[in-house]
Design a protein around this ligand. Structure first.
Ligand code: THU
Length: 136
């Protein structure tokens, strides 16, 4: 798997981010189980809470394409600090990922750190919690 391809997809999406309120543009790229890459960016709104995150957008594109499993994900933002996914996006990644799903965090210069989803969201609640036991 080419991390470069994920990075480039995230960078292109970041360039399209709509972030007039925070002025903080984020791009994300998800690689699905098929190997295909899906990108997204943050899209803010004058009604602030209505804004969407880059990871959220990329995952929606993946699902719309018919995929349900994340192989890996990369998030890209500017600044000195690591742009790790927000709490809500960690949960969104959990829905389609696994504890060992790699989450790459990048800056303009490239990948700065790689976590697993379990690093970012330990003891996560997920689809398995709702699995049917047959006891209905
Ligand atoms: N943002 C993301 O898109 N992903 C994250 O994981 C962190 C934050 C966006 C949301 C908002 O548009 C801007 O960055 C500042 O919080």
């Amino acid at each position: 798997m080419s991390l470069d391809a994920l990075f480039e997809a995230a960078r292109e999406a970041q360039g399209h981010a709509y972030a007039p309120y925070s002025d903080f543009k984020v791009g994300a790229a998800v690689q699905g189980e098929s190997g295909a890459i899906y990108a997204g960016c943050n899209v803010e709104n004058a009604a602030y809470p209505v804004s969407t995150c880059a990871e959220q957008a990329a995952l929606a594109v993946m699902v719309a394409a018919g995929e349900r499993r994340i192989k890996t994900i990369l998030v890209l933002g500017d600044g000195q600090q690591l742009v790790t996914p927000c709490g809500a996006c960690r949960q969104r990644i959990r829905e389609f990922g696994a504890p060992d799903t790699p989450v790459h965090v990048a800056g303009p210069d490239g990948v700065r750190s790689t976590f697993t989803l379990a690093d970012l969201l330990p003891c996560a609640f997920g689809p398995d919690n709702l699995a049917r036991t047959g006891a209905a």
